[in-house]
Design a protein around this ligand. Structure first.
Ligand SMILES: *Cc1c(COP(=O)(O)O)cnc(C)c1O
Length: 379
């Protein structure tokens, strides 16, 4: 979605309901659909395979990502699971080393025992990537910006590497949202989202999405969606349709507030470092400016001092709520080492810079001055 194009957010996937003329897609809360004769129906037979509310939701997902097809899942990890299930036994996957904790857990603890091999590498280190890149690699899995250290990975460059070995490039676009980044444009084959985050935007549902322009991948993943059944309910689809309409306005405010918070923290004496791709001091700021049209609302920072200082700081916050997750209209703070990234092996956490003083903020859409004042008084 072009950030200037609010029309796609508001109208993507929307069609007037043909029977009643309802302007908003109704919640088709039904598991089954009457058939005129065996096998003769109006396009829907059973809601695991398809439901009109989900169809509208999936069309909206495709529209905002500028993709031909969108598929909705019951969670982000459910969407990821379906993507992994397209692989044949024995396949090897190249994964960026600071993927979302749950993605790492899905790969290490669940899929590794089914004969798939996952190589976790620093994708900003060309030598590390080239060392494992081979025709055995069937999928390259990128998350950018990464979580929680906000590294930016060059999607176009990884697309070239994927092409070279005949692998599929998957990009987890959750942190940027389709408003600020279009991985398909840079050569990705599949985009995956946890719609729980920015696309949902209100911290009131769990959902996932897959978008692609490749028909073969679409058909494969659609079959898995139907056969394995990890589908969202009509109500969740309705909520997501509603959320997508305000994605553009929300993202603009998330970003505006995050830039202000990042700049405030960068100049605060009690803050050691700030990790936000929108700051000139960010090591991949230029790349971020090239492949993203904005920097979103996620940032991390290291407090000066020790874990004891973090423990004193957190309860003083009045607006930022200590909680996992991100992308909702309300501001959240998270301690990655003990919360979202507790399942990451300790030696990898150390390599990634996830230490006791690291805090991650999901900057909400409250008044900018209130957010800065909240951080200021707590610091
Ligand atoms: C939350 C998240 C996921 C997993 O999504 P769920 O909806 O929680 O299953 C995947 N990737 C990223 C980047 C996330 O933030």
């Amino acid at each position: 979605m072009d950030p200037k194009n609010f029309t796609v957010a508001v109208h993507g996937g929307a069609e007037i309901e043909p029977v009643t003329g309802a302007v908003m897609t109704p919640i088709f809360q039904t598991s089954t659909f009457a058939q005129k004769a065996p096998g003769e129906h109006a396009g829907y037979d059973y809601s695991r395979g398809g439901n009109p509310t989900r169809t509208a939701h999936e069309a909206a997902l495709a529209a905002i990502e500028g993709a031909k097809w969108g598929l909705a899942f019951a969670s982000g990890l459910g969407a990821e699971q379906a993507i992994v299930q397209t692989l044949d036994p024995g396949a090897e996957v190249l994964v960026c080393d600071d993927v979302y904790g749950g993605t790492g857990r899905l790969f290490r603890k669940l899929w590794a025992k089914y004969g798939l091999t996952f190589h976790f590498v620093d994708m900003n280190n060309d030598a590390e990537v080239e060392k494992v890149l081979s025709p055995r690699i069937k999928m390259i899995w990128v998350e950018t910006p990464t979580n929680p250290t906000m590294k930016v990975i060059d999607i176009a460059k990884m697309a070239e590497k994927a092409k070279k070995v005949g692998a599929i490039l998957v990009v987890d676009n959750t942190f940027s949202s389709p408003f600020f980044q279009h991985p398909l444009k840079w050569g990705a084959d599949i985009v995956v989202h946890s719609t729980t985050k920015y696309i949902g935007g209100h911290s009131d549902l769990i959902g996932g999405a897959v978008m692609t322009n490749k028909q073969e991948l679409y058909e494969q993943i659609k079959f898995i969606q139907f056969a394995a059944g990890c589908v969202p309910s009509p109500f969740e689809s309705f909520l997501l349709l509603r959320s997508i309409k305000t994605l553009a306005v929300r993202m603009i405010h998330h970003e505006r507030n995050a830039i202000a918070v990042a700049e405030f923290l960068e100049h605060h004496p009690k803050v050691k470092s700030v990790y936000y791709p929108g700051l000139k001091s960010h090591p991949q700021h230029i790349l971020a400016k090239k492949q993203m049209s904005g920097f979103s609302g996620m940032l991390s920072f290291d407090l000066r001092g020790t874990y004891e200082d973090v423990i004193k700081f957190l309860p003083k916050l009045k607006i930022f709520c200590l909680a996992e997750s991100l992308g909702g209209v309300e501001s959240l703070v998270n301690h990655p080492e003990r919360m979202t990234h507790a399942s990451v092996p300790p030696e990898l956490r150390k390599k990634l810079g996830i230490g006791p003083t690291l805090l991650r903020l999901s900057v909400g859409i409250e008044s900018m001055d209130d957010l800065i004042e909240d951080l200021n008084q707590a610091l």
